[in-house]
Ligand binder design. Structure first.
Ligand SMILES: NC(=O)c1ccc[n+]([C@@H]2O[C@H](COP(=O)([O-])OP(=O)(O)OC[C@H]3O[C@@H](n4cnc5c(N)ncnc54)[C@H](OP(=O)(O)O)[C@@H]3O)[C@@H](O)[C@H]2O)c1
Length: 269
């Protein structure tokens, strides 16, 4: 093994330059693609999600890569578990320099079937899950005056979309929270980005029964996220054409906005 042939001093230098990233929602889709891409670039990736078997498969897949993927199973809705797992990651792998908080899901809710349970589920996973992860990450990064954080929201957080009352609310909450955190964290030496993707082909969107405009593949999404993080961007949004469209919709007065939404929404009668 290479490490056996290195002097203690060399080993110490390698220890200090190794880069550690934490990716949540890493068992499939965007999180898995980001983890693979980071491991290809030499990062040690702490990969978290609930499905330990999928994380182990991802870790094995990365064995030939310059970096590595280490499995840390976690349900982000379990606040004490998040604290424990984050402490465990740093104890085993060293200080985390990059956190990609991506765990999330979607459930369409027709407005006529609106109820508490699915809304609570999505807020717990998408919004509170990110809050649980942000808490220890911000605390450690601020103490070290360094670190990068990317929170994965969605273009669906820009404006209310049909059947997305819970999903959109969770993602709009994340965008607003990130806007609030960014300036103060920058002053504290920490760079926080907010990722707002359009449609990306993943197991989540494979369930969608409708044509998805401007759909992109998951490796392109991973590339955009990591390029945005490297460029210290606040808003990492893609694909560009869909993002511009959503931004224009955001500027429209309600009468016009609702007229457009009703025209493009599938009718249920
Ligand atoms: N795909 C898109 O078009 C799109 C567009 C905009 C935004 N996004 C956002 O991008 C993120 C990733 O989406 P995706 O399309 O890659 O979805 P996906 O294929 O369903 O992957 C979601 C990931 O989140 C994990 N996860 C879900 N609930 C969790 C929990 N309670 N604790 C820990 N991990 C959990 C899942 O793993 P386990 O089930 O194993 O826990 C999985 O690894 C989400 O936040 C999504 O809202 C996606």
């Amino acid at each position: 093994m290479l490490r056996d042939r290195l002097s203690e001093e060399d080993s110490a230098i390698i220890e200090t330059i190794k880069r550690v990233a934490w990716v949540t929602g890493a068992s499939q889709g965007i999180g898995a693609a980001v983890s693979r891409r980071l491991a290809r670039d030499g990062w040690i990736v702490a990969a978290s999600a609930r499905s330990a078997d999928k994380l182990h498969a991802l870790s094995q897949e990365a064995e030939h890569l310059p970096g590595s993927i280490v499995v840390f199973p976690l349900d982000v809705t379990d606040e004490p578990a998040v604290e424990r797992v984050f402490a465990d990651i740093e104890a085993r792998l060293g200080p985390v320099q990059l956190a990609i908080l991506n765990a999330g899901t979607h459930e369409p809710i027709p407005a006529t079937e609106f109820s508490v349970a699915p809304v609570r589920r999505l807020i717990e996973i998408n919004l509170m899950g990110a809050v649980h992860c942000l808490t220890p990450v911000i605390s450690r990064f601020v103490a070290r005056r360094s670190g990068r954080i990317a929170v994965v929201a969605s273009l669906a957080g820009y404006r209310g979309l049909p059947t997305a009352s819970a999903y959109g609310a969770s993602k709009a909450g994340l965008i607003n929270m990130c806007e609030s955190l960014r300036p103060e964290l920058l002053d504290a030496g920490v760079v926080l980005s907010c990722v707002t993707p359009g449609f990306v082909r993943t197991p989540l969107t494979d369930r969608n029964p409708f044509p998805m405009p401007f759909l992109i593949d998951v490796d392109t999404a991973a590339d955009r996220i990591l390029r945005g993080v490297a460029g210290r961007q606040f808003e990492i949004t893609f694909p560009r054409r869909f993002s511009y469209l959503m931004k224009v919709l955001r500027l429209l007065p309600y009468a016009l906005y609702f007229a457009i939404v009703r025209r493009v929404s599938p009718r249920r009668d």
